[in-house]
Design a binder for this molecule. Structure first.
Ligand code: CTP
Ligand code: MG
Length: 221
């Protein structure tokens, strides 16, 4: 089977608040995008990579891939307004040989071969998708606009999910065909009745949202 990775890096990084998009913020010595790119390139599971860059940043993304010697990169395309639009732009670049698609947030730089293997495994058992996740450890409260607690939400069975998320290519294409939007891919597959399973994630797959996150991930490099 041919596994294609779509690396979504087209967000503006508003909460990080730098002059350049989050994918080009410095993480250690290199732009943040370099870390997940290098890791997907080196993953034995991945055959081809499509990068989805912020509009106008396709060229720097390709140059970075060349600099890093990432021969699996087949395209860098411009993303859209939302994450779902960016995933859709990446899906349009999939080759006819793509049997399985892994969608990964560039904002989670520390992707490992182990977690990629874990999300791919359930697909050969007939699942329509697999996502990495961690059981929620904190007590959860629903809070209204004025800061008052409305209720305590039962934590049983709640997981915080991450990426990379894996799907058979035809399943993911169908899920994105009708213009829907969601904050992760699995939600669109679930909405069509797809069966998606959760596998063990990794605390180091932390999503870089704020400057503190960026420093934290940098300390793990
Ligand atoms: N993403 C994308 N296209 C968008 C929005 C998000 O490709 N229009 C990607 C981001 O680049 C990131 C992932 O989706 O890798 C998760 O998004 P998020 O962490 O929210 O990143 P940003 O949208 O860049 O950050 P912010 O919401 O603070 O602007
Ligand atoms: Mg965002």
């Amino acid at each position: 089977m041919s596994v294609w990775a779509i690396l979504v890096a087209a967000g503006r990084g508003e909460r990080l608040g730098l002059d350049q998009p989050k994918a080009f913020a410095k993480l250690g010595e290199d732009p943040l995008l370099a870390e997940p790119l290098r890791r997907l390139e080196e993953s034995a599971w991945v055959d081809a990579i499509v990068m989805v860059a912020p509009p106008g940043w396709e060229e720097p993304a390709i140059l970075l891939a060349e600099e890093l010697g990432c021969g699996k990169v087949v395209a860098a395309v411009a993303g859209g307004q939302t994450r779902a639009d960016s995933v859709r732009a990446g899906l349009a670049e999939l080759g006819a040989d793509a049997l399985v698609v892994l969608v990964h947030d560039a904002a989670r730089p520390l992707v490992t071969d182990e977690v990629v293997g874990r999300v791919l495994a359930p697909l050969s058992e007939g699942w329509d998708g697999a996502v990495p996740g961690l059981p929620v450890a904190d007590t959860l409260k629903r809070v209204d606009g004025k800061g008052a607690i409305v209720e305590t939400v039962a934590r049983d069975g709640l997981w915080a999910v991450q990426t990379p998320q894996a799907f058979p290519a035809d399943v993911l294409r169908r899920a994105y065909a009708d213009g829907g939007s969601a904050t992760d891919c699995a939600a669109l597959v679930e909405a069509r009745g797809g069966r998606v399973t959760v596998v063990e994630g990794d605390p180091h797959l932390l999503k870089v949202t704020t400057r503190a996150d960026l420093e934290r991930v940098a300390s793990w490099l």
